[in-house]
Design a protein around this ligand. Structure first.
Ligand code: HEC
Length: 114
């Protein structure tokens, strides 16, 4: 009884599990993901999508660019919304993941100044 209660509490307190991804495409499985699987893997790997992070507007801009210059087809009404909702929700802009610059004193050749 008490054990069961502890288990329930532990489950409730557990952090949300990381997003589930599709084994074939690497896409996060969330509403709209199948539209992205169908429409966004024909010309390049889905990895190009999953590696990208962008705002909704920037995703729109990328899609327009592909439509204007790379023969990406027009989407049926509603499909583009689903794709954009999915992309904006699951691949939003990330905080800058680059490391800070290396201090000059740690760069090769800096000993020469001593
Ligand atoms: C008709 C072909 C085609 C389809 C379908 C297509 N793309 Fe692309 N996409 C391209 C081409 C060509 C490039 C440029 C690839 C390169 O630079 O090597 C590209 C590049 C990209 C990039 C990289 C952009 C950058 O600035 O680096 C992303 C992200 C992307 N596509 C997302 C998508 C998404 C999301 C979809 C589905 C809505 C999609 N693509 C469907 C042709 C396509």
């Amino acid at each position: 009884m008490i054990r069961g209660l502890i288990l329930v509490v532990a489950l409730l307190a557990a952090p949300p599990s990381p997003a589930e991804t599709d084994a074939t495409t690497g896409l996060i499985i969330a509403p709209g993901w199948e539209q992205v699987r169908v429409h966004c893997g024909g010309c390049h790997s889905h990895a190009l999508v999953t590696q990208q992070r962008a705002s909704r507007q920037a995703w729109i801009d990328m899609i327009r660019w592909m439509q204007e210059t790379q023969n990406l087809w027009q989407f049926q009404p509603g499909v583009e919304e689903q794709i954009l909702d999915y992309l904006a929700a699951n691949y939003p802009p990330a905080p800058n993941r680059r490391r800070a610059p290396i201090p000059a004193s740690l760069m090769p050749g800096s000993q020469a100044q001593e």
